[in-house]
Design a protein around this ligand. Structure first.
Ligand SMILES: *Cc1c(COP(=O)(O)O)cnc(C)c1O
Length: 362
């Protein structure tokens, strides 16, 4: 199967998002005939040896790529990152106990709203008053907090955390849009979760990583399917797991590893972000929308100084094969998402359109 037949665009979509070409090709083949079994991956038992091997490799790759210590458990669950907004406090926080949250955007706000049903939620910092253009720093964290909830990359507003707060309180982090994009100091985290569809795989599965001592401390009833311990005990096979999203995530992790792991991803993502932000700063027609020091390497948000030119710019992008640039409906402007799989060449293509556009309209 030719890979050029399936991908011909520079895809800057925020999610579901670009994955490596070779992953799409191998996933397509697995849908037709998996491992020469004469069966599609989609029609075989999740308890059979072929899929069990996929699950085992997927779990092992998460451990290996993130260098997880033994006291961390890895699980794949359904419901999207949005279900973790209630699942986290349900599993980690008793009524009356405190959890600290930092509000850095829409997803963080959703997490705060859901958590309020389970304990005392203290919003210790927020950048809402400047439309989430920066990431708050240096805020106090209550020593008795069970955890500090952070969003490592704010997909909609285009900010990212580059410094993890100094605290003994375990960090619980929504890494949906920058998982596997750079190394992280794993010992600081009590829990990490990520919907697959930004940087890891297709929509339909959520990765959860949890330190064992975080669990077993609440006394409320937790429905079996929502109790992390259920899925840990059963190796994410308590019920039928989302087999295809897990398989494609596994292929993507193989790719991350083959590229050189998180150090290589960081270098690759830094080069892309550098190329685009350099152009945004140099080009008189375009402006970045976030604080310079908090600019996301994953989602670059920017506007035209004259927004009557927006449609003309998008048309030029489209003509150059560049898609997915329209900003989130809640903020407008443009957003270039540059997840792991996006090639530097795609950023160069975008920069070239911006330069030509400035010559035409400047
Ligand atoms: C996309 C996104 C979500 C929502 O993920 P779903 O899987 O659609 O629920 C949550 N948090 C962040 C940071 C995101 O980028």
């Amino acid at each position: 199967m030719s890979t050029t037949a399936i991908q011909t665009k520079h895809n800057f979509s925020a999610g579901p998002a670009i994955l490596p070409k070779e992953v799409f090709a191998e996933a397509a083949q697995a849908c037709l005939n998996f491992n020469n079994t004469g069966l599609s991956l989609l029609e075989m038992s999740h308890r059979g040896a072929d899929f069990v091997a996929v699950m085992d490799e997927a779990l092992a790759l998460v451990r290996e790529i993130l260098s997880l210590p033994d006291n961390y458990q890895v699980l794949f669950v359904g419901g999207g990152a949005s279900s973790q907004f209630f699942n986290v406090p349900m599993n980690l926080l008793n009524d009356g106990e405190t959890a600290a949250y930092v509000n850095t955007g829409t997803w963080a706000s959703n997490a705060i709203k859901e958590a309020q049903a389970y304990g005392k939620i203290e919003v210790v910092a927020s950048s809402e008053s400047d439309q989430f253009r920066h990431v708050p720093k240096g805020y106090p964290i209550p020593a008795d907090a069970r955890y500090l909830h952070l969003t490592s990359n704010n997909t909609i507003y285009g900010t990212q955390l580059f410094d993890w707060p100094e605290t003994n309180v375990p960090i619980v982090c929504d890494m949906s849009s920058d998982i596997f994009s750079r190394p992280v100091p794993i010992e600081r985290f009590g829990m990490i979760y990520a919907g697959a569809q930004k940087n890891m795989g297709p929509a339909g599965v959520t990765l959860v990583i949890v330190r064992e001592d975080m669990l077993g401390k609440v006394n409320r009833h937790i429905p079996t399917m929502l109790d992390y311990r259920t899925h840990i005990k059963k190796g994410s096979m308590y019920n039928t797991p989302p087999v295809f999203p897990i398989y494609v995530s596994m292929l993507t992790m193989r790719w991350v590893k083959a590229q050189g792991g998180l150090d290589a991803m960081e270098a690759r993502n830094f080069a892309k972000a550098q190329a685009l932000y350099t152009e945004i700063d140099a080009n008189p027609l375009f402006h970045g929308t976030t604080a310079t020091e908090d600019r996301s390497w994953m989602n670059a948000t920017f506007v035209l100084s004259d927004d009557s030119l927006n449609d003309a710019f998008l048309a030029d992008c489209k003509a150059a094969g560049i898609v997915g640039l329209k900003g989130h409906r809640s903020v407008g402007g443009f957003r270039a998402s540059m997840y792991n799989a996006l090639e530097l060449g795609s950023v160069h293509a975008l920069v070239e359109v911006m330069q030509t556009f400035a010559r035409k309209h400047g």
